[in-house]
Design a binder for this molecule. Structure first.
Ligand code: UDP
Ligand code: MG
Length: 320
């Protein structure tokens, strides 16, 4: 019998959790003969009744575990904590808000057990229930990302997935503090079976993503996974050096042929100066971003801080 741990990142999901628990219990009961399930709720510093509700569920069902953060660290941190604490042979991630339909789970498990895949992941077929601005911005982001990065990310790939232990071990080997799971999943590789999945409306509550949060996520994604922007500065530098040489040559010839062309040259020179000066600032900025990130990484700060849990290590380590 395979052990399955399902990680559920939760940030202010007090209304969704009872609904999700009911749905998951219903789905689990259909495959109970072959699998044992643990739900691992990760309370990401919720300010509502989320933790109390998770605890109430855990009191009723011993296969419900939870980790509660000392503050909000973000979904990436919640997923990481879940993967570090999960002890299943198969480890899954599902959103708390029922946008990821639990009915996919039996099929996903079959893909791992019977069909020999390493990862069973949901792939969105539409973007219903999502703002138009958000979906077009995120579409653009993935287009840019895939153009500049060696690792290609499927725009529609979701975090909703079940993975074999070895995949999670590979993900945990990636120690970066600035985590961008979509990229890390793609980086890890393995045999993936995609499950087409229609976006569901949120069961309750609101999305935690603001445009500002998404922009930060996009920048983290690019800077965390590719150093192409640094190379871009090299290329642009070469182009501007060549342009400068051509301009100098033009100036030289023009000043020999006629004196009046010289006044145009000043304007041209000034605009070139401004343009190149601006470019240098931009690229120093980009280099600075990488440096800043390297600074954060070498501090080795924990990605999350746990305030309480009934899961894994901390319980096993207790001295009686
Ligand atoms: N989430 C989290 N920490 C956060 C933001 C979100 O753990 O800081 C959880 C949230 O509770 C949900 C999942 O991550 O279970 C997806 O979040 P949300 O539904 O807000 O994102 P969307 O579905 O709109 O992309
Ligand atoms: Mg959602």
């Amino acid at each position: 019998m395979k052990k399955v741990t399902l990680i559920i990142p939760c940030f202010n999901e007090e209304e969704s959790i009872p609904l999700l628990y009911k749905e998951l219990s219903r789905v689990f009961s259909t495959v109970r003969d072959s699998y044992s399930f643990t739900m691992l709720f990760v309370d990401d510093g919720s300010t509502d009744q989320t933790l109390e509700i998770i605890k109430a569920v855990a009191a009723r069902n011993s296969s419900v575990k939870y980790i509660s953060f000392s503050r909000n660290f973000g979904k990436e941190a919640a997923m990481l904590a879940g993967m570090e604490y999960a002890d299943g042979d198969y480890i899954g991630i599902i959103d708390a808000d029922l946008q990821h339909s639990p009915d996919l789970i039996p099929g996903m498990l079959d893909a791992l057990t019977i069909e020999g895949y390493d990862v069973a992941a949901a792939r969105r077929t539409d973007r219903a229930g999502e703002g138009r601005v958000k979906s077009s911005l995120s579409g653009e982001f993935y287009k840019v990302f895939n153009r500049i990065s060696d690792i290609k990310i499927d725009d529609n790939a979701q975090d909703y997935r079940i993975m074999k232990r070895k995949v999670v071990d590979a993900l945990l080997e990636m120690k970066e503090v600035n985590r961008f799971s979509k990229g890390l999943f793609a980086y890890a590789g393995f045999k993936v079976k995609w499950f087409p999945h229609e976006n569901q409306e949120r069961a309750a509550g609101q999305t935690k993503w603001s445009i500002k949060g998404l922009a930060r996520y996009a920048i983290d994604g690019i800077l965390g996974l590719t150093t192409s922007p640094l190379r871009l500065s090299l290329y642009t530098g070469c182009v501007s050096v060549i342009a400068g040489l051509i301009l100098a040559l033009y100036g030289l010839i023009a000043s020999i042929v006629s004196a009046s062309v010289l006044s145009h040259m000043y304007a041209l020179l000034l605009s070139a100066l401004l343009f190149v000066g601006g470019l240098i600032m931009v690229f120093i900025g980009i280099a600075g971003e990488y440096l800043g990130r390297a600074f954060v990484e070498i501090k080795h700060r924990p990605v999350y801080i746990i305030s309480e849990t009934n899961a894994g290590k901390s319980v096993a380590d207790l001295d009686f």
